[in-house]
Design a protein around this ligand. Structure first.
Ligand code: COI
Length: 354
């Protein structure tokens, strides 16, 4: 039951018929509508669903200068009865608020977000791809709108949720470089938050890695560059001798909702999961003695993406062929089935939009 009072203004010219759902570039195609709200005078207000369009912005918006901007990523699928299924939306909205708190921004009632998103999704339901790997990617974000050249928390904000039909983020397994010069996050910083600036700071090291022939990075701790943290687009898991090992999410590692879900599913299925620090040396040793079975990333956009190999200090290390990675493929199939409401193992994770 939607309680938030939302003004709805639908488009008169849907773009749906122009979309080739089999061939969508991730993040480049936007559905017809968006949900927006403003924060001013200490409260969120002006809840509106509008045609997807440009927003008014002022060159002095302090988000453009001082970076008060946070976002989320989540997905919706259709189930066998053609219902829209949202995967763990309240966990994403809780994380959005944790990011807001860290960046000294106004938080928002998760129920308002869920109400707005539910209405938005009902209107744009036909934008959910029916392709095998398809999903509606949902992008909630909040940014500061005070017009002020001075470093201070904004008193006004804009919140937007828009959606994109997507297929896979990565088409194949990715080759990653272990980063040992740059750092993504340090103790006491913003690494656990989904802050726009975290991603900006990752672009140059990722560009250098691409020039060296890698698809992405593995970030390591900022003190010794010894322990694995996460990748630019996903949390990381390693399988050594049948055990799934993943660094604990904390101050410097994003608390991925997919990461949490994969850990829970793995335990349900009887696999051993160790949440502990894992050094690059331990992974290299396992690769050399033949016990490194798998490395993969988890994330909303990437779901579960295999890592084909990794490089450190110019030396490359191969991983077994993806066809041999039985555990991560099992986890991926289970996760994707749960998200599409084909399994009843975690009903608490799903919100069905009626
Ligand atoms: C997500 O997984 O939703 C993210 O925000 C990461 C980005 C690579 C799209």
């Amino acid at each position: 039951m939607v309680k938030t009072k939302i003004t709805i203004n639908k488009t008169k010219a849907s773009r749906l018929n122009d979309v080739d759902f089999e061939n969508i570039q991730f993040g480049r195609v936007f559905s017809d509508h968006m949900f927006v709200a403003d924060y001013a005078n200490g409260e969120w207000q002006n809840f509106e669903i509008l045609p997807f369009q440009n927003l008014d912005y002022n060159p002095a918006f302090n988000s453009l200068h001082y970076g008060q901007s946070v976002f989320e990523g989540m997905k919706a699928h259709l189930d066998a009865d053609n219902n829209v299924v949202l995967f763990r939306p309240m966990d994403n909205f809780a994380r959005l608020n944790r990011s807001c708190e860290r960046l000294c921004m106004a938080t928002i009632d998760p129920q308002i977000m869920l109400d707005g998103l539910s209405e938005l999704i009902k209107i744009d339901k036909d934008w959910i791809p029916k392709t095998e790997d398809g999903a509606l990617y949902i992008r909630p974000f909040i940014f500061a709108t005070d017009q002020y050249i001075g470093v201070a928390p904004s008193e006004t904000y804009k919140m937007v949720i828009f959606t994109c039909p997507v297929n896979k983020y990565y088409d194949t397994a990715v080759k990653v470089k272990v980063e040992d010069v740059y750092s993504r996050a340090a103790s006491g910083g913003t690494g656990f938050a989904k802050a726009a600036g975290n991603y900006a700071a990752s672009l140059l090291p990722a560009k250098i890695a691409k020039e060296e022939g890698y698809d992405q990075l593995i970030w390591t701790d900022s003190i010794e560059h010894k322990y694995i943290e996460e990748s630019g687009t996903m949390n990381l898991m390693v399988i050594i001798d049948g055990k799934i090992i993943t660094p604990p999410a904390g101050e410097t590692i994003l608390g991925g909702i997919t990461r949490l879900s994969v850990i829970a599913i793995a335990k349900d299925l009887g696999y051993t999961v160790e949440e502990r620090q894992i050094s690059v040396d331990e992974v290299i040793e396992a690769q050399q003695n033949g016990t490194l079975e798998d490395m993969f990333g988890t994330g909303t956009a990437v779901t579960i993406t295999h890592i084909s190999g990794f490089g450190r200090k110019g030396v490359d290390y191969e991983l077994p062929p993806v066809s041999e990675r039985k555990i991560s493929s099992h986890l991926k199939n289970e996760l994707e089935a749960i998200k599409r409401n084909k399994k009843d193992s975690h009903p608490e994770w799903l919100v069905i939009v009626k």
